[in-house]
Design a protein around this ligand. Structure first.
Ligand code: SF4
Length: 485
């Protein structure tokens, strides 16, 4: 391990900063109390497991497949799912939770968010059809119960006197931090937003993850000795290489992929036209805890139009109801079949009351006399000829113009990576779109002792994949530092 004085100084300065910031996390019992009620407001839209009897009954659907079980193979973290479900069958909830958490520090978050129909549940369904155990619900239930009981302190490893900087505090950054601190590293996490949590805190609506869950994670890490430096944008305000000058022995970049695409529509700069990421952050976070530029935006309105057809658009539609909007409409240029994302999320948005207008092309945003957006002008579309994939294009119908009134218009038209870190870090290779290039085995970038993972490498992907990247990068960092001594 690196025993340099500079590493020590980074470690010591981290401790000093923590003290000077007056860090004082609530006691474990107070944190555990945040886990009441089990599920917030619209639990009815999620048939979540509510009690032990239900959990045992659901776990009994597991057939304990002959190893290697398909669910283990398809899980990015290779969690021993059959062992966990067997423990539930035997009423051993704590043991089941420990099996999930042994490989996934964010088990309840992944249980709640993970699109298992793309990973373990898909593999299980190929064995059991529709009668398989609901893996995500069971993972969420047992890990929630474990967290609720307050048994989730993070034990730091024996000190290695070696400091690592983690850039970004979303799932990849926090998973890497968790693994490093348990190995004995001093870890400082840099986050550009005012609070740690990255996309878990700012990019996912509250109805999916209660804010207390994120706070419990970050406070447990702080209690284990991790320093969070928030409101600092590494890459623009501070070059990555400055972190080495401060004494960090290695850097893990997990800056995400969260720059919203902005359509080329006249009026897109009008006050009241809002990016999806800003909208979700404003719907979720108290105004005083938002970055200042968001605090200054005009209030969100009663009539909200969301442009886009993916999962983020569906999140925005539901978040709009949560902030009290009365009229929520999704505009999509193509037909329903061309919508990307989860059909379940679409159904849930519809059940919440959202209206959908397909084959509708926005052509300009119209201001009111005060200059704020008040409407979107659209054209109806019709199906045209098929492309090489057989998909029929959407063709605007000339003269079919009409207006839709709106107080707030949300642009949910995809994201791209922020190229800043790639542009400001000499020798750091990126793809043309800005995603960081890594060795898939070691997660090492083209620069020695700079590692990267999560959406900054993959583009938008599953939370569980980001967690897997963070954990494997932590192990790679440890291996590389051991081999360099
Ligand atoms: S694939 Fe399904 S049935 Fe088989 S062990 Fe995994 S969870 Fe159980």
């Amino acid at each position: 391990m690196n025993n340099s004085t500079s590493a020590q100084s980074a470690s010591e300065s981290g401790k000093k900063d923590r003290k000077s910031a007056g860090f004082n996390p609530p006691a474990a019992a107070a944190r555990a109390a945040r886990y009441e009620p089990l599920f917030p407001a619209d639990a009815g839209l999620y048939p979540r497991i509510q009690g032990l009897e239900e959990a045992v009954k659901a776990a009994e659907k597991c057939r304990q497949c002959t190893p290697p079980a398909p669910c283990i193979l398809s899980c990015p973290l290779h969690i021993n799912i059959p062992a966990a479900l067997k423990s539930i069958q035997q009423n051993e909830i704590e043991k089941a939770a420990s099996i999930f958490r042994a490989r996934n520090p964010f088990a309840e978050v992944c249980g709640r968010l993970c699109t298992q129909n793309l990973v373990c549940q898909k593999a299980c369904n190929q064995v059991c059809g529709d009668n398989g155990p609901p893996i995500n619900l069971l993972e969420e239930y047992v890990s929630y119960k474990q967290r609720e009981s307050g048994q989730q302190n993070i034990e730091p490893g024996s000190p290695l006197n070696c400091s690592i900087a983690v850039v970004g505090s979303g799932p990849a950054g926090l998973a890497c931090t968790y693994t490093l601190v348990r190995s004995g590293f001093d870890v400082t996490v840099y986050e550009k937003m005012p609070l740690p949590g990255g996309m878990l805190r700012y990019g996912i609506p509250e109805y999916k993850i209660p804010p207390g869950w994120i706070e419990n994670y970050t406070e447990s890490l702080q209690e284990a000795g991790v320093t969070f430096k928030t409101g600092i944008s590494v890459g623009s305000e501070m070059p990555v290489d400055d972190l080495f000058k401060q004494g960090f022995s290695a850097i893990f970049i997990a800056s995400g992929c969260n720059v919203d695409n902005i359509p080329d529509i006249p009026g897109v700069d009008l006050p009241g036209v809002c990016l999806a990421s800003d909208f979700i952050a404003r719907a979720r976070i108290k105004p005083q805890l938002l970055p200042q530029e968001l605090q200054l935006k005009p209030p969100l309105g009663i009539r909200i139009i969301v442009l886009g057809g993916g999962n983020t658009a569906m999140d925005c539609l539901r978040a709009a109801f949560h902030i009290g909007s009365a009229e929520v409409t999704c505009i999509f240029e193509k037909n329903k079949e061309a919508m990307t994302g989860s059909s379940r999320m679409r159904m849930e948005a519809k059940e919440a009351g959202a209206r959908f207008r397909y084959m509708t092309k926005p052509i300009q945003f119209i201001p009111d006399p005060q200059g704020n957006v008040s409407a979107v002008e659209c054209l109806h579309c019709e199906l045209g000829s098929a492309d090489k994939n057989g998909l029929r294009e959407s063709v605007p119908i000339p003269g079919s113009n009409f207006l839709l009134r709106a107080d707030t218009i949300v642009l949910a038209m995809g994201v791209h990576p922020d190229p800043t870190i790639g542009n400001t870090t000499p020798g750091l290779e990126t793809h043309a779109g800005g995603l960081i290039i890594v060795d898939p085995e070691t997660r090492n970038t083209s620069r020695t002792r700079i590692f990267a993972g999560g959406d900054a490498v993959r583009g938008p992907d599953l939370v569980v994949s980001a967690v897997a990247d963070g954990i494997s990068a932590a192990h790679a960092i440890k291996r590389s530092l051991i081999s360099s001594t």
